[in-house]
Design a protein around this ligand. Structure first.
Ligand code: SD4
Length: 347
């Protein structure tokens, strides 16, 4: 494997950032066709990546299909006078409360012992301040608990029993998070003598990551998940780790990630993307550059389940996934329009 240092990384990125129509080095033809032109204003435009209305109006960008109703709720909260943090929190509550979304909140697939364990984080780009919870049991809205960790304590992250006790102290109602459907899935997994452990399948990638701007340069990022289906009890993924699942900085932008957290945590995906944007990369370029970096450091990452989203203070956006097998659909709310879009893929 080639040695790879920070200077190489930045060189690759700034090379990428310098490209406009050509796209990121090494990106697939699809990726090249669909990316930076849209944000640079030249060449073919990627759906949704334009900046019309960005300066004046909020933008909400979320992972997966369930990101659409989440964005819509976020926009509604913001429009009726809520803060951007309120908007992201309440938006993320939508898939958390939906039992059909099987990897977030209520109805999330449990761990190997049949217990639903939730992870979430939220970050305020104005204060460089985040709140997070990991391995939270019996509380269906971990993003709201994470917000309270940020607002009410001097801590950043609470885990397990402590997080649960904090939530109860804050008035959250404990409840079972297993639904008949998620219980049935766990029983079937358990009953299969050849069951895959720490199963990660495309169908169960429902983590919600949301990044947002108020249109005036304020940024917030949030992420909520039940993590890997049938994970080892106590396993913490990337989602609640500040810099991995979320990062937001009002000087630059915000990013979030979805996919194999055991892989992505090692690359601190969200802060890496925000740092790339700070060095001049557009959000789309930064997303692809991070994926390229992952492949350059270890070619096996080409088959990894990795997808990222990013937004900058101008409201320009990026969304990318590593490969076709783990194709990210993302949701964009901009200037009153709510859309579901296909991300660019690296390979
Ligand atoms: C995790 N990153 O716990 C989460 C899972 C995920 O789409 O995002 N799935 O590893």
């Amino acid at each position: 494997m080639e040695p790879y240092d920070r200077r190489d990384f930045m060189k690759a990125v700034m090379g990428t950032a310098a490209l406009t129509v050509g796209g990121a080095q090494g990106a697939s033809a699809d990726a090249r066709a669909a990316q930076p032109a849209a944000v640079s204003g030249a060449g073919p435009r990627a759906e949704g990546a334009g900046t019309e209305g960005a300066a004046a109006s909020p933008v909400f960008l979320s992972t997966w299909v369930h990101g659409k109703p989440a964005n819509e709720r976020a926009a509604e909260v913001f429009k009726s006078g809520g803060s951007l943090l309120d908007a992201v929190e309440k938006g993320i509550n939508v898939p958390e409360n939906d039992p059909k979304v099987t990897s977030v909140g209520y109805g999330g697939i449990p761990n190997a012992e049949g217990v639903v364990e939730l992870d979430a984080a939220i970050m305020d780009g104005a204060r460089h301040r985040a709140g997070a919870v990991c391995s939270l049991h019996m509380i269906k809205n971990p993003i709201s608990v994470a917000r309270l960790v940020m607002e009410k304590t001097r801590h950043t992250t609470l885990a397990g029993e402590g997080a649960f006790r904090f939530a109860v102290g804050m008035g959250f109602e404990p409840q079972t998070l297993l639904t008949p459907q998620s219980l049935e899935k766990w029983l079937a997994w358990k009953a299969n003598p050849r069951h895959e452990t720490f199963w990660l399948s495309k169908e169960n990638h429902d983590t919600i990551g949301m990044v947002a701007t108020d249109g005036k340069g304020h940024m917030v990022a949030g992420c909520s998940t039940s993590g890997l289906a049938f994970k080892l009890p106590g396993r913490v993924g990337d989602s609640p780790l500040v810099g991995c699942g979320v990062y937001a900085d009002d000087n630059v932008g915000a990013a979030s990630a979805t996919g194999d957290g055991d892989l992505m945590t090692n690359y601190c995906t969200s802060i890496s993307i925000v740092h790339l944007m700070a060095r001049g990369a557009k959000p789309q370029e930064a997303c692809l550059a991070l994926l390229e970096h992952m492949v350059k450091t270890d070619a096996r990452n080409q088959s990894g389940q990795v997808a990222v989203i990013a937004i900058n203070t101008a409201g320009e956006i990026g969304a990318a996934c590593m490969n076709e097998a783990f194709h990210l659909k993302y949701a964009l709310w901009r200037a009153g329009e709510s859309r579901l879009l296909e991300s660019v893929k690296l390979i």
